[in-house]
Design a protein around this ligand. Structure first.
Ligand SMILES: [Fe+2]
Ligand SMILES: [Fe+2]
Length: 240
C-alpha cells in the first residue's frame, strides 16, 4: 500500500493522513466525496497540514469541501483548521461539531459558521440526500466528544474512540490491534462504565468499518470483537 498518496478505503471515502515511520501515534484525517460535495473529517495539526493538503488536492478541488467535521476540539485534529479554511476558500463552508467543542474550537481563530450536531437532531443531510448521524460519547475522552456514522458507506468515524498507540503502524488493523487500543484507552478514557455505555449504543449500528482518528482502520471481521473488547476494558481512574 502506498501511504504517500491518498488511500481509498471505500467508494468515495479516502484516508488522507501523514504516514510517519518514526511515530507510534498516528493521526487519521479522512475525506468523503459525495457527488459535487465533500466533507473533510478531522484534518489534523499544523505540522501535518502540507501532507494532508496535498492528498486532499490530489482527490478533489478543495473548494468543493462544504463541511469540516471535528469530533472534539483537540489540536491533533483541529490545529490546521484556519489554514484549511484559507485553502478551501468556500463561503458555504461549515464546521460540524458539538456545542461544547465549539466553545473551545473558536479559540483557533476560525471564520466559518458552525453546524452543531446536538442542535440539529444528531443528523446532517448532504445535498444528495446522504445522511450522517451522530452519537454523543461524552467524556470519551472529551466532554464534547461524539462519533459519526455514514449511513451510505456504513463507516463509523469514531474520533479518539478505537484509537491506538502502534509500534508498527499499518492502515488496517491486525488481529493484535486490541492490545494497541488498550495502550491508548487505559490512560485516556475515564472509566469502564462510561466506555461500556457508549459501546452499547455503537453496537446497535450496522458497521462495515471503524475509522478512528488514531491507530488503524478496523474492517468488518474485527468490528464486533473490538467493540466487545472495549466494552469490558478497565480504564481511566480505576485502572491507573
Ligand atoms: Fe482527543
Ligand atoms: Fe486525538
Amino acid at each position: 500500500m502506498n501511504y504517500d498518496e491518498a488511500v481509498q478505503i471505500a467508494d468515495g471515502v479516502y484516508w488522507v493522513g501523514f504516514y510517519d515511520s518514526h511515530a507510534n501515534f498516528h493521526c487519521n484525517p479522512y475525506l468523503i466525496v459525495d457527488h459535487d460535495e465533500a466533507i473533510l473529517i478531522e484534518p489534523g495539526s499544523v505540522p501535518h497540514f502540507p501532507i494532508v493538503a496535498r492528498k486532499v488536492i490530489s482527490v478533489i478541488d478543495p473548494k468543493k469541501i462544504s463541511y469540516i467535521l471535528l469530533s472534539h476540539q483537540d489540536p491533533d485534529l483541529a490545529g490546521s483548521l484556519p489554514v484549511f479554511e484559507d485553502l478551501i476558500n468556500n463561503p458555504e463552508l461549515k464546521i460540524v461539531t458539538s456545542e461544547r467543542a465549539s466553545f473551545l474550537i473558536s479559540f483557533y481563530g476560525i471564520r466559518s459558521p458552525y453546524y452543531l450536531v446536538d442542535k440539529n437532531d444528531l443528523k446532517l443531510k448532504l445535498k444528495s440526500g446522504r445522511e450522517l448521524t451522530f452519537i454523543l460519547t461524552p467524556y470519551l475522552h472529551s466532554p464534547a466528544a461524539f462519533v459519526t456514522y455514514d449511513t451510505k458507506s456504513r463507516i463509523l468515524f469514531s474520533g479518539d474512540l478505537f484509537g491506538a498507540f502502534s509500534d508498527s503502524w499499518e492502515l488496517y488493523a491486525k488481529d493484535s490491534y486490541n492490545n494497541d487500543m488498550k495502550k491508548f484507552h487505559v490512560p485516556y478514557m475515564p472509566s469502564n462504565d462510561v466506555l461500556a455505555s457508549a459501546m452499547k449504543n455503537i453496537e446497535k449500528l450496522d458497521i462495515e468499518m471503524i475509522a478512528p482518528q488514531h491507530g488503524s482502520i478496523i474492517k468488518k471481521d474485527l468490528v464486533k470483537s473490538s467493540i466487545g473488547f472495549l466494552k469490558d476494558l478497565k480504564c481511566g481512574v480505576p485502572a491507573i
